[in-house]
Design a protein. Structure first.
Length: 562
């Protein structure tokens, strides 16, 4: 978003910051921000630097920092937005956080087009495809953006795989345009411009991909707002008409006592009955897949812990003793955060793949909502590093303190006196060497103690990690498996009940007189003709409005733009 509107530091971009409310970005002569509270009824001016506080969620709890915020509006001077285009940055949905998905879905009621943004690390997940299908029931215009092309060199193959997935699961968007972009390349271009290196800036601008994206948003959305709104109305109407047409066609087959329809229904009913059995294949596959997911998560976690242990050992071996007490806890805390984020991402991705596997096995689409791993309380704040102390009491401690002191004070006087009185100079050198060795031994002992303290601390922290996290993995995977099994069972039962009702209707039609069947057939035929006629008109309007996903931008229009 920052690169798109050419404002580098507009919205927070830290890796652990996610928005929990939508942020509306529009054109304004002077930069400003407004937070809306009380369900959006009251406005409160805020500083742009405070956007994270008002719009973001805590990375651990996924709870908003401010629970009273409905949405945030940002005004900035931007050439793209000067056309009247307004951008709404919504909470992400790929992470399967159901609350965020609901916020995004509600936001779409105010949108004319959808910019669907995914990064180049991996293909579209089952949850993203399901969200896309649901979100576009009222949005006719969709623009796909693939980000972080500088970071993931395999993005071209990911893009092709995404096209294949759309062709299979959302064929309407199989030919929709994709715009690969790199925000890093855009920032490098701005940095080069600031240094006066226009040639380098031009190279980065050509590689960042934002020029064609801005052009698409202008030509496909900003100047076509009126057509898009009409197209969305047609799109919503068509989505409601298609099932009606299918239902009327099926009703006509039933009234005609089509024997193939009876066979189809009975075959589907028998298949669902088999799926309901306690020893159905999908149940065993689900158990096996959940255990395999748990194994992968535990293996990945152990590898990350091993890396963290090596990091701790390296820091303990390289840091001066005086820095260990502050640097090691900080480094371990950052390392644990990285381990946790990697584990959470792997779990979410595994749940999405598990859901897709069950969908393929049972033929029933369903999205499993996963709220993320529950972080153990013992890992939310690390304990302080306990430092051991040297025993300075007793005679030896006194001597150890006195000898170094002599080297800087009395020893100097004593050496001078001995030298002037004719005592051999090597005696003074001997005292100095003793002092030097004493200091070095004391510094070495302090470093050994500090490293021992650090090793014990690291071992304690890592032991806590190894103790607390594996049970969380097992619990999360078990709960996902149980919920998925329950929901699939409910879906199978509901589908079977619908088929049973349809069979009952067939039997009712069979008992009806020929006159009754003919009259009902005539009514069904009239309804089908009316619905199919509306569908043809809707398709014609969609084509004329130029909102086919693969079609270029339609004609420009004057008037209101959004």
């Amino acid at each position: 978003m920052n690169a798109l509107v050419e404002h580098r530091d507009l919205l927070p971009v830290e890796v652990d910051v996610a928005t929990g409310v939508h942020i509306l970005v529009r054109h304004a002569e002077k930069p400003h921000a407004i937070a809306y509270v009380d369900g959006g009824q009251s406005a409160r001016p805020i500083e742009l630097d405070d956007l994270t506080e008002y719009a973001a969620v805590d990375p651990d709890s996924q709870a908003p920092y401010r629970g009273d915020i409905h949405h945030v509006e940002v005004g900035i001077p931007a050439q793209l937005l000067a056309t009247g285009l307004r951008l709404i940055d919504t909470p992400g949905v790929g992470g399967l956080v159901s609350g965020h998905a609901r916020i995004t879905m509600a936001t779409l009621h105010h949108a004319d087009a959808l910019v669907f943004v995914v990064n180049g690390s991996s293909e579209l997940t089952a949850s993203e495809l399901a969200f896309l299908e649901q979100a576009t029931t009222r949005i006719a215009e969709v623009v796909f953006v693939l980000t972080q092309t500088d970071k993931y060199r395999s993005w071209p193959s990911v893009l092709e795989r995404n096209r294949e997935l759309l062709a299979r699961h959302a064929p309407r968007y199989a030919t929709a345009p994709w715009y690969p972009v790199s925000s890093r390349a855009h920032q490098d271009a701005l940095t080069a411009l600031a240094r006066g290196d226009e040639e380098r800036a031009a190279r980065h601008m050509a590689a960042d991909g934002f020029v064609p994206l801005r052009s698409a948003l202008t030509s496909r959305v900003a100047v076509r707002a009126a057509e898009l709104r009409l197209a969305n109305i047609v799109h919503v109407a068509r989505a409601g008409l298609a099932p009606l047409a299918a239902a009327e066609e099926r009703r006509l087959r039933a009234l005609a006592q089509d024997p193939t329809l009876v066979d189809d229904i009975q075959r589907q009913r028998d298949a669902l009955r088999a799926l309901q059995d306690s020893d159905a294949r999908w149940r065993g596959l689900l158990r096996k897949a959940t255990r395999e997911l748990e194994r992968r998560l535990r293996t990945g976690f152990r590898r990350n812990v091993n890396d963290l242990r090596q990091l701790a050992d390296a820091r303990i071996a390289s840091l001066p003793g005086a820095e260990l007490a502050t640097a090691l806890p900080r480094d371990l805390e950052a390392g644990i955060e990285a381990v946790w984020m990697d584990l959470d991402h792997a779990t979410r991705d595994g749940v999405a793949r598990l859901t897709a596997l069950m969908e393929r096995e049972c033929g029933l689409g369903d999205e499993e909502s996963f709220e993320g791993l529950a972080r153990p309380d013992r890992l939310t704040a690390l304990p302080p590093l306990v430092r051991s102390t040297h025993d300075g009491d007793g005679v030896l401690g006194t001597v150890e303190r006195v000898v170094p002191a002599l080297s800087t004070g009395a020893l100097t006087v004593a050496v001078a006196a001995m030298a002037t009185s004719g005592v051999l100079l090597p005696l003074a050198a001997g005292f100095g060497m003793v002092t030097l060795l004493s200091r070095r031994r004391r510094d070495r002992d302090e470093l050994v103690r500090a490293r021992g303290d650090g090793s014990r601390y690291a071992q304690r922290v890592i032991s806590e990690l190894e103790t607390e996290v594996p049970p969380q993995i097992t619990q999360a995977v078990d709960e996902v498996g149980e919920r998925l099994a329950e929901r699939l069972g409910d879906r199978i039962t509901a589908q079977r009940r619908l088929l049973e009702d349809e069979l009952a209707n067939l039997q009712r039609h069979a008992r009806a007189s020929k006159e009754q069947r003919d009259a009902e057939r005539e009514r069904a035929q009239r309804r089908l003709v009316a619905v199919t006629g509306l569908l043809r008109r809707a398709d014609d309007l969609t084509h004329r409005l130029g909102t086919d996903p693969g079609a270029p931008g339609g004609p420009s229009t004057s008037g209101d733009r959004t």
